[in-house]
Design a protein around this ligand. Sequence first.
Ligand code: URA
Ligand code: SF4
Length: 208
Amino acid sequence: MSGELHVIYSEILECTKCDLHKSRTKAVPGEGPYDARIMFVGEGPGQTEDEQGRPFVGAAGKFLTELLESIGLKRSDVFITNIVKCRPPNNRAPRKSEIEACNPYLQAQIRLINPRIVCALGTPAISTLMGDEYSASRFHGQPLTKGEVTILPMYHPAAALYDASLKETIYHDFKILKQLLEKEETFNPSTPKSAESSGGKQTLEKWA
Ligand code: URA
Ligand code: SF4
């Protein structure tokens, strides 16, 4: 299984399926344990991510790490990626055609990692994963279960970073994630926690 993820990883690095490849420095496939129970999906790489080829390594990423720590998780416990893997020029919003061109990679990552919970960060990720009628402002903190996977829409950490009231809201959304995890552990006590099982495992970060 990890082999297939590695193939996808390599395909993304060389992908030319949409115009975003023309202006990227590095594509950003995503990183984290192959068996992560939780996956985070953001909007797209920003400048720092484009330079480093890693997701959420700028200011929003630092805040995401703090949010994870607030509920007892480490960044290395979760898989982190975006709806588009290449940076939109000047951080403009990704276009529908770009999101559609890139979506097969995201869908394959979700299928292969098979997380229990997918956190969609911000409206572009939320509407891509849940449908056009879903937005952060209306649906944040309201999980939706689709088959085996629960999608939890959340505000984007970058939106909340400089807005005190949104900051409180996003911390609350993370509390809901914690509750979902606790519930899931109660029903599936044998599900390995990536925090415990990924010690000696390959992670995408290590393939990079
Ligand atoms: N914002 C995102 O949506 N994704 C990143 O990877 C970094 C910032
Ligand atoms: Fe390919 Fe996605 Fe990058 Fe577009 S954004 S070039 S579809 S990897």
